[in-house]
Design a protein around this ligand. Structure first.
Ligand code: SF4
Ligand code: SF4
Length: 174
């Protein structure tokens, strides 16, 4: 399950950005989530990082480690801002700044863009955001992905006020 997603933010912008892969505390709820197959693919690269729930075959979150004044994903290289598992980075990371979250009332699953990403303020990015979210919506609505998300709902974060361009995600029925 290797996501074939378009890239919204050019890599040269991300490499200069201080936001992704870093978190305010070690138990941050939004730390990157890996489906079991994604975890196995990342482990094959033998990175230095590790997972919070290390049991084989289970969905996992990346371990966070101290970095600067806060914490970072243990697969993050603070020297050059690169990801050690870039070729196998999980859907959770590769679709960002698109995020999947519960509605405020917890009765719907929503897709939107996280305004913590500073690049969303760039006109060249903003103009492509709607199409980008449409393509993610189609991708996550595929039979394979929607059943995977139903099986591992940990991908779905809690409602976040700062997420914009929100649309409802249909994950079908179990
Ligand atoms: S916050 Fe946005 S610009 Fe910064 S690294 Fe993440 S995706 Fe790239
Ligand atoms: S897995 Fe890679 S892209 Fe995802 S948070 Fe960790 S370092 Fe960043």
């Amino acid at each position: 399950m290797k996501p074939q997603l378009p890239q919204l933010i050019p890599s040269e912008i991300c490499l200069e950005c201080p936001v992704c892969c870093r978190f305010p505390d070690k138990q941050a709820a939004l730390s990157p989530f890996f489906f079991p197959e994604e975890k196995a693919q990342a482990e094959n690269l033998q990175p230095k990082g590790s997972f919070r729930e290390a049991s084989r075959g289970l969905a996992s979150k990346a371990e966070l480690v101290a970095c600067g004044h806060g914490f970072a994903c243990s697969f993050f290289n603070p020297e050059d801002h690169t990801c050690q598992v870039y070729e196998a980075r999980p859907l959770d990371c590769s679709m960002y700044p698109a995020v999947v979250m519960h509605s405020r009332e917890h009765d719907k699953v929503l897709l939107g863009a996280d305004t913590k990403c500073p690049a969303l303020g760039r006109p060249s990015v903003a103009v492509r955001l709607g199409n980008y979210l449409d393509s993610i919506q189609r991708y996550l609505g595929s039979t394979t992905l929607s059943s995977l998300i139903r099986k591992y709902p940990q991908l779905i974060s809690e409602f976040q006020e700062e997420v914009v361009e929100v649309r409802e995600l249909s994950l079908g029925k179990a």
